[in-house]
Design a protein around this ligand. Sequence first.
Ligand code: HEM
Ligand code: HEM
Length: 164
Amino acid sequence: MIWDIFVRIFHWCLAVAFVSNYWFLEEGDPPHEWVGYAILVLICLRLIWGFIGTETARFRQFWPTWAKLKAHLREAPLSFKKPHHGHNPLGSLMVLLLLSSILVCGISGWMQEWDMFWGEDWVQLTHSISADIAMAAAGVHVLAVLVMQRISGVQLIKQMISGR
Ligand code: HEM
Ligand code: HEM
């Protein structure tokens, strides 16, 4: 088992909810807000799971240190072909970028509802920029998964469905 059931359910719920909120649901309408809150709950649960979850879900296990990143890049493209049990160091960087940009997006969306931030341009700007960063990162993420799957021959997408 590579990805436990929590990581898999988290992943596909997050992907569907994020894409729906970015592309399909009307900005600022109640469904946008509910889906946004659901995304915030998902991310918070994932952060907790990063400390108490199974081995490949833990931040400690996949935290991308300089040493790991350098070794990964120095050995490229051979290291790209080598299957990893869990995220590879570059993949880990992307995971952290996705989680943090989506967290900022969710919190700044929520902050727009608070009286104390009413009419504050920077809150709205933070919401819109973080949403764009997260969407761009998600695009690169999906492309990278497809390319890495090709290079390594490992069925990464099937792994994120079956966990094996
Ligand atoms: C992480 C999930 C979320 C995503 C991906 C997302 C995405 C977006 C995007 C792309 C926009 C358009 C920004 C622009 O003007 O360029 C927007 C607007 C907005 N969002 Fe979200 N959002 C999320 C969560 C939330 C939450 C939790 C709330 C509030 C509870 C919220 C409230 C709003 C409001 C009120 C607007 C309209 C702002 C305006 O008047 O321009 N969003 N959101
Ligand atoms: C069809 C679209 C997608 C596919 C095929 C896909 C596939 C994958 C795969 C294979 C992994 C594991 C990567 C590895 O082996 O290290 C992964 C991880 C991840 N993906 Fe996606 N993904 C998709 C869309 C998205 C979207 C839209 C988001 C967020 C906006 C997202 C966020 C993440 C996150 C946060 C992880 C880390 C999982 C964790 O450790 O909790 N993915 N994805």
